[in-house]
Design a protein around this ligand. Structure first.
Ligand code: FES
Ligand code: FES
Length: 165
């Protein structure tokens, strides 16, 4: 065997926003393509496709990953959380509420990525200080809002999630 008959598709089994997913996918399919094109979860955005802008950030087992640069076949057994999975019914996640309250978005294209990164940060470090927020958000780019309202939103969400407001 010289490998020329290697399979070009594989079955991936994972959970996406709490729902079990089992699907035959091309081995080169990205997580972003799986989410957007196969599952219709278009809240996750795509821009650079080079792992430099952060708009495609989703959580895999609680860790932020660039879905444009992660293969769907590597999700086997994983728990995936996208922006669609944050709200509980009609109740937005505190990070989503804080982004709205702090006017931390304009066009909104970067927003799902920032929100998912903020959720990961506040799960790992509920007491994150401004410097840590900046460090975590370093790989997320926004072309129109500016970063100050975004940092404010994360701080507001952090204190709300700690039960301080
Ligand atoms: S589209 Fe994935 S990092 Fe830019
Ligand atoms: S709100 Fe437009 S790119 Fe960030």
């Amino acid at each position: 065997m010289n490998g020329s008959h290697a399979s070009t598709s594989t079955v991936v089994r994972c959970r996406v926003n709490g729902q079990q997913v089992e699907m035959l996918v091309p081995v080169r399919l990205t997580v972003a393509e799986l989410l957007r094109d196969r599952l219709g979860l278009t809240g996750t955005k795509v821009s650079c496709q080079m792992q430099v802008c952060g708009v495609c950030t989703v959580l895999v087992d609680g860790n932020p990953v660039s879905s444009c640069a992660t293969l769907a076949c590597d999700l086997d057994g994983a728990e995936v959380l996208t922006v669609e999975g944050l709200a509980q019914g009609r109740d937005l996640h505190p990070v989503q509420e804080a982004f709205m309250a702090a006017n931390a978005l304009q066009c909104g294209y970067c927003t799902p990525g920032f929100i998912m990164m903020a959720v990961a940060l506040l799960q790992a470090h509920p007491d994150a200080e401004a410097a840590e927020v900046r460090e975590w958000m370093d790989g997320n780019l926004c072309r129109c809002t500016g970063y100050a309202p975004i940092e404010t939103a994360v701080a507001v969400a952090a204190s709300r999630m700690r039960g301080q407001t």
